[in-house]
Design a protein around this ligand. Structure first.
Ligand code: ES4
Ligand code: ZN
Length: 323
């Protein structure tokens, strides 16, 4: 009998750079001659105590220094896909942050070539279908985002959509209106992080100004009943990341997480791992943790798994096969 957390599911909110485990970080540092400001993996793990989103992002961007070659990116992604497969993931939509690499001299093509190699071998190697979504860093300028979209043009066969991540507060969706229009004109799907630390208005503006089809996090939607009504009516998926919200202190303890209340309100929510190497669990552990903390029933877990396929960028036939 399978455990409920092993249910076939899709993971829709996963930053591939956030799957960099300390052991792989040190192995890549040695291979690439990069000095890490930590003596060993234990000391690095002890640094994983975050005050908020920014304190996490500082470490997340610093550790990326070890990722230099296409092989590095392929190894990172293949390790994630193997772990995800072992926890019931049948489909993964993977975010990456191209500007975090191009800004330190790693070419866009190197990053995509490595990631695409792992993702395109994934169905055969791991039984996991994949999509790749490139995220713009919202604490960089709209011009930088537009230049990144331009750089992506030779690689669009590998890229399904665009997203928006990094430090949210003070970087509202409106700034990225033009680049989202340009992405849509290229046939790219659109998602954006909103309502993780930022206000409900960022969720509304992501829908109205950026034309997104899903909201990443959307945690703070519950503060605005009219917005909830709209999200329910339009079946807008919210890709929740409960362990991330606890580690980055958006909620105090998992028992206080609004996931179950959001399900009961009729919202189309999914459960995801965000940056699993940093937040204490991949999607299987995350399902297990919310089941315990929120007393979810087997029916709740089945609904979450069903929601994940409904919210995925799969056509109906593909979704049925994946389930
Ligand atoms: C992120 Cl948890 C989170 N929020 C916003 N941006 C991110 N990038 C990687 N993880
Ligand atoms: Zn995220």
């Amino acid at each position: 009998m399978n455990l409920p957390e092993d249910l076939p599911k899709a993971e829709l909110h996963l930053h591939i750079e956030g799957t960099l485990e300390p052991e792989l970080a040190f192995a890549l540092a040695a291979r690439n001659g990069v000095d890490l400001p930590f003596a060993d993996t234990d000391e690095l793990r002890r640094a994983y105590r975050f005050e908020d989103l920014q304190s996490f992002l500082d470490l997340y961007y610093a550790l990326m220094a070890v990722l230099r070659t296409a092989d590095d990116f392929a190894e990172l992604a293949d390790a994630y896909l193997a772990r995800a497969a072992a926890q019931g993931v049948r489909h993964a939509e993977v975010f990456f942050d191209p500007q975090a690499h191009t800004s330190r001299g790693v070419p866009f093509g190197t990053v995509v070539e490595g990631l695409a190699r792992a993702l395109e071998g994934s169905e055969e190697r791991h039984g996991v279908t994949t999509r790749l979504i490139m995220c713009f860093l919202r604490d960089e300028s709209a011009e930088s985002a537009m230049a990144t979209l331009e750089e992506a043009k030779p690689y669009l066969r590998h890229i399904t959509g665009v997203g928006l991540d990094s430090a949210e507060v003070g970087h509202p969706p409106a700034e990225f209106r033009e680049v989202y229009e340009a992405a849509a004109a290229l046939g790219l799907r659109r998602v954006a992080h909103a309502g993780e630390e930022g206000p409900p208005s960022y969720i509304r503006d992501s829908l109205d100004l950026l034309g997104v089809e899903r909201i990443d996090h959307g945690l703070r939607a519950m503060e605005d009943p009219e917005l909830v009504e709209r999200l329910v009516r339009d079946r807008v998926p919210l890709t929740l990341c409960p362990l991330s919200n606890v580690r980055l202190r958006a909620v105090d303890v998992l028992e206080d997480h609004p996931l179950k209340a959001m399900m009961d309100a009729g919202l189309l929510v999914t459960v995801n791992s965000d940056d699993p190497a940093y937040f204490g669990g991949y999607v299987g552990e995350t399902f297990h943790a919310v089941r315990e903390a929120l007393a979810l029933t087997e029916e709740d877990l089945r609904r979450l798994a069903r929601n994940s396929f409904e919210a995925a960028f799969l056509d109906q036939d593909e979704a049925l096969r994946a389930r």
